[in-house]
Design a binder for this molecule. Structure first.
Ligand code: T3D
Length: 264
């Protein structure tokens, strides 16, 4: 996989996707968004890959939408229809990331702003460098949170904190993000990629289909009642029980040995 604004590396069952426009703190250009769509679609369907890391080059994770292309039209007095851009870009990317059938670890290496938060929040785990910082940023340019932030942020930190982060847009450090539940863990910057890789490798050794089905059912449950969710659990459990990994897990337990899951 060769891209202009992404670097994709593979190490065994773990793929690392790096946003690669460090000079702009990995702001999300249309090119980067399209390349992420392509890479995540390919990795999601790649039977060899069982864990994904998303991170950024340089001192930024992602500064959100790349605003640089807006200067010229805005100075000319043009008024944009951002919905076209959103529907064609983030509205495809963020659900794809959140629903990808592989576990995804965000290794938050630095600055996060705007839609960069949505990218991190759509991942299954967030490990932050102690150098990371977070700002919602949208209100500072007169916009509402988009790229799924209106959905993901309140679900992650609760409504009161989400409103505080969205409306005041203070820049918070990694320790504060941890205390709010915005990230799972904070580690020294030098240890970030090692920690993220260890977690992704651990996830890659687990039953991949059960992980995919768990993610899918959690997402579905957000729209269902308790009784409906339990019906879905029963149906989806048939899919999980049909995997080799289910049989291996039960037999390994009964034989008192560690399981050897294959992802099938
Ligand atoms: O508008 C639409 O297209 C709709 C979609 C909206 C979704 C969104 O994400 S809206 C929010 C967009 N993001 C922002 O508003 C954040 C803008 N950036 C910042 O506020 C600050 O850069 C940060 C707080 C993120 C980091 O500050 P700092 O002091 O650490 O770095 P810096 O010096 O401001 O930035 C470094 C460089 O990155 C700088 O370029 P330069 O001067 O060295 O040539 C800066 O212009 C560039 N940069 C940072 N963010 C963006 C960016 N370039 C383009 N787009 C950016 N979002």
């Amino acid at each position: 996989m060769s891209y202009e604004q992404l670097i994709v590396d593979r190490d065994g069952a773990v793929a690392t996707v790096r946003l690669n426009n460090a000079a702009r703190l990995n702001a999300l250009s249309p090119t980067m968004t399209a390349e992420l769509l392509d890479a995540l679609t390919a990795l999601g369907g790649d039977g060899e890959i069982r864990g994904i890391i998303l991170t950024g080059e340089g001192r930024g994770f992602s500064a959100g939408a790349d605003l640089s292309a807006l200067q010229e039209p805005y100075l000319k007095g043009e008024r944009p229809r951002l919905s076209f851009f959103l529907k064609d870009g983030y509205n495809k990317l963020i659900p794809l990331l959140a629903e990808t059938p592989k576990p995804v670890v965000a290794a938050v290496n630095g600055v996060v702003a705007g839609a960069g938060n949505s990218l991190a929040l759509a991942c299954d785990f967030r490990i932050a460098s102690d150098q990371a910082s977070f700002t919602t940023a949208f209100v500072k340019i007169g916009l509402i949170p988009d790229a799924g932030s209106c959905y993901l942020l309140p679900r992650t930190v609760g409504m009161a904190r989400a409103l505080e982060l969205a409306l005041l847009s203070d820049r918070i450090d990694a320790a504060t993000a941890l205390s709010l539940g915005l990230v799972n863990k904070v580690v020294p910057a030098d240890d970030l990629m090692q920690e993220a890789h260890a977690l992704a490798a651990r996830l890659a050794e687990l039953p991949t289909t059960a992980i995919a089905l768990t993610k899918r059912t959690f997402n579905e449950a957000a729209r269902l009642s308790l009784a409906e969710t339990m019906d879905r659990e029963a149906e989806v459990q048939d899919e999980a029980a049909a995997t080799d990994d289910h049989i291996e897990g039960v037999i390994a337990f009964l034989e008192k040995r560690p399981p050897a899951f294959t992802g099938r």
